[in-house]
Each structure stands twice: as structure tokens, then as C-alpha cells.
Ligand binder design. Structure first.
Ligand SMILES: Cc1ncc(COP(=O)(O)O)c(C=O)c1O
Length: 392
């Protein structure tokens, strides 16, 4: 978006504000596809940014939903149920009973308990269900290998259960190709074991590679090379079924910008401080590293540039932790200027402590590639959520 378009936007909408850019989003999908072998599918993990589910649905094969809320976000927009992978470590019986009957959605299985619950629901409703069995990577998620083999040997002929394959996700921001090599080879070997056991191959592997996003100058990595190496790993696998990659931040992060305005500026003990109307409750990159590193930021001002000075950019929460950037060099900064934090399309708007201090939630906008703007959420007052129902 050019400078004039941004200034126009900022006269129309109050800050803080999230803007998601459709052109960047589409380019990101095309870029990832261009780096992956033909036939590899994409599954968007909507937890990264639920506002993008409807825009990404036509561009990807699947949508991964991890809670009843995420399911409703997609179902209420009329997104195709056949794209849904109903995932998540906690699936309530009510939720499974509500959506399983006659639903083409795929369910992941995270535990024996969950398997029995899904199986019972399928039996009670007489509805067939497609399953991806999640292989654990050694944490609270997924099943052990022998639990998966037990389920398959005992139930492979059940007409209600369609075992599609394995799901695997072990973490995010994985910059190590070595680690991905190890993980893919473990999963590949296990899929071979299952083929020998069943006498036929599993149809599918849904794999979350946790592709990294570089949020800070010092975290830049050669993404082309990284993805090319990953593509080679996929091509050397013995498994010949369909591979779908579950991705969140790598799809969504680049398209987002968070705009926040300087509302106060001062110098305390020889340090420049700018207070902005946003803060750490609305801007979370990865880990708690805000203030320690320098994210990509643009500065919008109507003033002529002055001397470059270091600024500490602080949010509007009552905590000394609410520092967005330390010692940001800027050619003068004034009350009313706007700072635009880039790569904020994933997790930023949902991982913050957004109810602290009862500040309003920012508006959310989506800009189509032709420039048309969708207002996805207006500014939203949160103080209602922190007010007791019964007045004294
Ligand atoms: C099961 C599963 N799949 C995919 C993702 C997306 O991860 P990322 O945003 O690193 O691509 C997550 C994130 O937590 C997840 O839990």
C-alpha cells in the first residue's frame, strides 16, 4: 500500500488498527506453492488468524479448526464443511455429537479417550467419520505409536470409521532443517510400519512443519533455500500418499500491519519515551521478545524530518513491561505520528492480554487486491466483559 493510501486509511479509521492485505496473502500462498512439490496440499490452521479463514478457504485445500469457536467462525460464514479438519486436544462430547452426524469434516484423534468418544458418537448416530490419528511428538498432544497400531488393528474393518492417515505437528518457528529431516523420517518410517501392518498404505499425512517467519532483522533466514531443502525432503520420502501441510503463521503473518498512534512523548532521565495508543496486549510476535529486538516498522508523520534520536516505544497498559521497542532510531517523533508494525498477520491479535485495563479492541480491516476494503470488526469495547452483571 502506498503512503497516500495509508494516510487516507488513517484519516478514516481510528488507531489502533489491524489491516490484512489480500494481495500479500495471495502472493504468499502462490510463493509457498511454487516452492513445494506438485500435489502437496495446504491446510490453514485458522488459530493463526481467524479473520483470514474465509479469504484463504478458496486458496487452500483444508482448514484446521481447534475449538467449537473456530468451527463456528467457519461454519457461520458458510465455508465448505468438506474442507474442515476438526482438531484440538479437547473436544467435548456435545461438540462432537453436534457436528459429527452427516458431516464430511475430518476429525483428528488426540487420545484413546477421544477415539472412543468419536467412535461411540459415530455408532450412536450411524454416521461414518473420517479420522486422522495424531502421532505424539512427546508432549500432551497425540497418541503413542502403539496406541495408533492398536486402534488400527482393532478397528480397521469398522464400516463407520475411515482411517485416512496420520497427523503430526511438533512446534512452531522451526528454523532447523535437520530437525524437520528427523521428524519426517520418523513419520515416514512409522507410515511404512503401518502399511506392513494393514497390508495397504495410509492415504494421507497431514504434517505441520512449523515454518518460521522472521519477525526481526536479526532473525532473517534464507527462506528460498530453506523451502527448497524441505521440498527435497518430501520428495525423498517412501510414503506415496497425499501430503498436506498444516500452516498458520507462514501463510498469515506477512499480510498483517498493526497501526498505532503516538499519544504522548516525553524525556525521563535522558531517555525518550513515546506512549502509543496500542500496546503489548494487541501486538505479540513470537515469544516474549518485544522490546529486545527490532521488528519491521514504518513511521507516518506530517512533520519534516529532524535529528535521528532513539525512542522507547511504550504501549498504553499500566505495566513497565509494555514496551514495544527500545531505542528505535527515528528522525524525530511527534504526538499524532503513526507507527505501522509489519508481519502482524498471525497470532498478534489473539495472543495478547487483550482484556487487561479494559481497553477497546482494535478495528480489523481486510484490503482486497483491487483496493476494496472490508471492515471485519469495528472497534470493540471490552469494558462490558470486565463489568459484573449485577450492579451493587
Ligand atoms: C496442530 C497444529 N497445526 C498447525 C499449527 C500451525 O502452526 P504454525 O503457525 O507454526 O504454522 C498449530 C499451531 O499451534 C497446531 O497446533
Amino acid at each position: 500500500m502506498d503512503e497516500i493510501a495509508v494516510q487516507t486509511l488513517l484519516t478514516k479509521y481510528a488507531t489502533p488498527l489491524y489491516l490484512f492485505d489480500g494481495e500479500t496473502l495471495q502472493q504468499r500462498v502462490s510463493y509457498l506453492r511454487s516452492k513445494l512439490p506438485d500435489g502437496v496440499g495446504l491446510c490453514y490452521a485458522i488459530k493463526a488468524n481467524p479473520f483470514l479463514a474465509g479469504y484463504l478457504s478458496p486458496l487452500v485445500e483444508r482448514l484446521e479448526l481447534c475449538s467449537p469457536g473456530e468451527y463456528r467462525i467457519c461454519a457461520e460464514q458458510g465455508l465448505p464443511l468438506s474442507q474442515f479438519v476438526v482438531s484440538g486436544v479437547y473436544k467435548t462430547p456435545e461438540f462432537i455429537q453436534e457436528i459429527l452426524p452427516h458431516s464430511p469434516a475430518i476429525f483428528t484423534v488426540e487420545s484413546m479417550e477421544q477415539f472412543h468418544l468419536i467412535h461411540r458418537t459415530a455408532q450412536d448416530s450411524g454416521s461414518p467419520v473420517s479420522l486422522l490419528l495424531r502421532l505424539t511428538s512427546g508432549n500432551q498432544f497425540g497418541l503413542e505409536k502403539d496406541e495408533i497400531t492398536d486402534i488400527l488393528t482393532q478397528h480397521q474393518n469398522d464400516p463407520l470409521l475411515h482411517f485416512k492417515g496420520i497427523q503430526y505437528f511438533s512446534g512452531t518457528q522451526k528454523t532447523s532443517v535437520k530437525r524437520l529431516t528427523r521428524e519426517l523420517s520418523t513419520v515416514d518410517e512409522f507410515l511404512q510400519t503401518l502399511e506392513q501392518l494393514l497390508g495397504y498404505p495410509m492415504e494421507e499425512l497431514e504434517f505441520g512443519p512449523g515454518f518460521p517467519v522472521s519477525y526481526y532483522a536479526e532473525d532473517e533466514f534464507p527462506e528460498d533455500e530453506y523451502l527448497e531443502q524441505f521440498a527435497q525432503l518430501l520428495q525423498t520420502m517412501t510414503f506415496s500418499g497425499t501430503i498436506t501441510l498444516e500452516l498458520g503463521r507462514s501463510l498469515a503473518a506477512h499480510c498483517g500491519t498493526y497501526f498505532t498512534r503516538v499519544v504522548d512523548a516525553k524525556c525521563n532521565h535522558k531517555q525518550n519515551y513515546a506512549i502509543v495508543d496500542g500496546g503489548m496486549h494487541q501486538l505479540v510476535y513470537y515469544g516474549q521478545s518485544m522490546a529486545m529486538k527490532l521488528p519491521p516498522i514504518r513511521h507516518y508523520t506530517h512533520h519534516s524530518p529532524g535529528n535521528v534520536e532513539p525512542w522507547n516505544i511504550c504501549g498504553s497498559l499500566c505495566t513497565i513491561n509494555d514496551i514495544l521497542v527500545k531505542q528505535l532510531p527515528l528522525p524525530s517523533l511527534h504526538v499524532g505520528d503513526v507507527l505501522a508494525f509489519e508481519r502482524t498477520g498471525a497470532y498478534c491479535m489473539t495472543e495478547g492480554i487483550s482484556l487487561f485495563l479494559s481497553r477497546d479492541l482494535p478495528a480489523v480491516l481486510y484490503r482486497h487486491p483491487d483496493g476494496q476494503m472490508d471492515e471485519l470488526r469495528p472497534h470493540f469495547e471490552t469494558y462490558h466483559l470486565n463489568t459484573p452483571n449485577q450492579k451493587k
